[in-house]
Unconditional design. Structure first.
Length: 98
């Protein structure tokens, strides 16, 4: 099944609220963000409403690391675990615990 590779090329700022909602419905949040959507009439209709904001390509399958619904795997490898937070204790709390 073919997919559509949709990239947001122009900002929806300054355009109508309907066009902004269409961008969000396609799953786009940031400039130059790319999403893969199935090639069906409803998605094609959304694209037809805002072609001046998008760049669209037809692809057979999305790239292996960017398939629909999966988070990028390279992000989880580079992130260090969060350090536990230190909590502050007031004088009143110290007196109660003693």
């Amino acid at each position: 099944m073919s997919q559509l590779k949709i990239t947001l090329k122009r900002s929806p700022i300054g355009h109508s609220e309907t066009q902004k909602r269409t961008v969000r419905a396609l799953g786009l949040r940031r400039l130059h963000q790319t999403v893969y959507q199935p090639d069906n009439p409803s998605i094609r209709g959304m694209i037809a409403r805002i072609p001046h904001l998008l760049h669209v390509e037809v692809v057979q399958q999305p790239a292996a690391d960017q398939s629909v619904g999966e988070a990028p795997t390279h992000l989880s490898e580079d992130v260090a675990p969060a350090k536990p937070r230190r909590t502050r204790t007031s004088k009143a709390q110290k007196e109660v615990s003693s």
